[in-house]
Design a protein around this ligand. Structure first.
Ligand SMILES: Cc1ncc(COP(=O)(O)O)c(C=O)c1O
Length: 405
């Protein structure tokens, strides 16, 4: 009888033939399972929608101030650290550090994947004296080799990635920091994809500089880089100690310290999204927030193993942010991503040597409780679908992703 009531019928949730909830456009809701950008919660979207404020107003300074305070417990930084937020993706924050602190003497970059290698590439743009201690992808960082490198010469700075997103491996940053300090070097850690999802204890682990980003596990819009730096290190900086103007670390902290502002026009709406998300995470509790991500990862891995697929697991060092799953022999990434896309799900290809060998399923962002189970169900169906393997690639699909996240 409801069918005769036009207005009520319009309000009823519509389902497609697979029983999935549909939008009025007949498109399934998009579920981002990539390691950023991620889905935003309703609260965050609402906050962004009503974020009309000038960046030189007290309101914006209050947003900045509270955001930096809310970030501290998430990264284990006490009042011996200061926090600044920079408009730009995570790479902007990394380059700010590498151009400013990484140009003051010999630098050692330790890498075991795409993002560590990128730290090296950026560091060499700002300093001719950069050494690269490079390990194979998916290989743990050998602390004896780190120790030997640090003893071989006096480095001023060591930089390393915490969660190597290209492989899903967590690196032993506390141990690396201890070795660096024992040899008189400071340590900068790229925690761009781990901040929010993984336990980070900057003070306890002896991290001098921690770099993060808004649009990954912190569940906000991408576009704000996070800089957490020891105050005593900031005190050693002088005006224009960086190689550039916009990415000058001194300048960003000068504006934070003196005016609680940013030097240039910030991406106000993105800052608001980060602020709203940090409030949500804090209200829930950081540990509970991280546990939710971990449970998604564990569930996905259990189910994937049941399907007979192999995923990357590292002894005590597998991140909760993503699961890197080997492609089954009968499917290409193109075929799989197209099938997922038809179900409204976005997954990413592997990078570098892992490209077209693995696919990445993310566990971060404002996923609904049913999203991960839905994606797993779809994957199971795809594996059994004989029609899938004969489908051709889609033009332009993932073209922007390969090697340039
Ligand atoms: C560990 C790590 N470092 C750096 C980056 C680059 O960050 P962005 O793309 O925000 O510049 C990423 C992106 O995924 C990352 O995961």
């Amino acid at each position: 009888m409801y069918r005769h009531c036009q207005s009520l019928h319009f309000c009823l949730p519509r389902k497609n033939k697979d029983g999935e909830l549909m939008r009025k456009t007949n498109k399934p809701r998009t579920i981002l399972l990539c390691p950023g950008p991620v889905l935003l919660s309703k609260t965050v979207r609402r906050a962004v929608g009503s974020a009309n404020m000038g960046h030189r107003e007290a309101d914006f300074s209050a947003v900045l101030e509270e955001s930096t305070e809310l970030l501290r417990p998430i990264v284990g930084a006490d009042d011996t650290y200061e926090v600044a937020l920079i408009t730009g993706s995570g790479t902007a924050a990394n380059e700010t550090v590498l151009s400013s602190l990484g140009s003051r003497g010999p630098v050692l970059i330790i890498s075991n994947g795409e993002f560590g290698e990128r730290l090296f590439a950026v560091a060499t743009l700002h300093n001719a004296d950069v050494d690269h201690l490079q390990f194979a992808w998916q290989t743990p960082i050998d602390l004896d080799a780190v120790s030997a490198a640090l003893e071989s010469r006096q480095y001023s700075m060591v930089a390393v990635v915490h969660h190597e997103t290209s492989t899903g491996m967590l690196n032993p940053v506390a141990a690396i920091a201890a070795l660096a300090h024992a040899n008189g070097a400071i340590v900068s850690v790229d925690a761009i994809s781990s901040i929010g999802a993984e336990e980070i204890r900057a003070r306890e682990w002896g991290i001098d500089v921690l770099v993060g980003a808004s649009g990954k596990a912190l569940s906000a819009m991408p576009g704000v880089g996070i800089l957490v730096v020891r105050s005593e290190l900031l005190d050693t900086l002088t005006a224009r100690s960086g190689a550039g103007h916009y990415l000058d670390l001194y300048n960003h902290f000068y504006y934070m310290r003196n005016f609680t502002q940013t030097p240039n026009t910030p991406a106000v709406h993105v800052f608001i999204s980060l602020h709203a998300s940090l409030r949500e995470i804090t209200a829930l509790g950081v540990e509970r927030f991280q546990e939710t991500i971990r449970q998604r990862a564990l569930y996905t891995r259990r189910q994937v193993a049941r399907m007979g697929l192999t995923y990357a697991a590292y002894d005590g060092a597998t991140s909760n942010v993503i699961t890197c799953i080997e492609l089954p022999e009968h499917l290409t990434f193109s075929q799989l991503t197209r099938a997922f896309k038809r179900k409204g799900i976005v997954i990413y290809n592997g990078k570098g040597a892992l490209k077209d060998r693995i696919f990445q399923v993310g566990h971060i962002g404002a996923l609904r409780p049913t999203d991960t189970a839905y994606a797993v169900r779809q994957l199971r169906k795809m594996l059994r679908d004989p029609a899938l393997a004969v489908a051709g690639p889609v033009f332009g699909e993932q073209a922007a992703v390969h090697g340039v996240a």
